[in-house]
Ligand binder design. Sequence first.
Ligand SMILES: [Zn+2]
Length: 139
Amino acid sequence: MIRKALIRGWNVPDAVIELEVSSLALMERMVRTGGLVLAMLLATAVSALIPIIDFIAVPLMLIATVIVGISSLNRTKVIKGGAGKCPHCDSPFRIYPRRYTLPFTDVCEHCHRQVSIVDENQSAVPLSFIANIFRYGLL
Ligand SMILES: [Zn+2]
């Protein structure tokens, strides 16, 4: 499914970007989660062999395995990719496969400026503006 979103820069007009969004069936999610949980359990088993650390690492990794497993099972959509144009330098902008969240930030491969990919109906206040307020302690 192709979904349109906006790519938003700093002090430049928004551009349209197309995201290829894919819904995951229950079986696909279970296979993904199974592989992830198996890898984490393997890492937990390896950490159990390290003296002293095993007292803390094993329980924490078991808890993390449960949390990651549940969040992976609940993930029903993924972004398979996307293409558009950078609002700053007008060069092609690619979105690589990632989990489905909107909005998110990315960096242009050409001009290395940060942009926000937002829903088409998102408010006009750029996310980077709000992030910069907290980053530079302007409040
Ligand atoms: Zn750019």
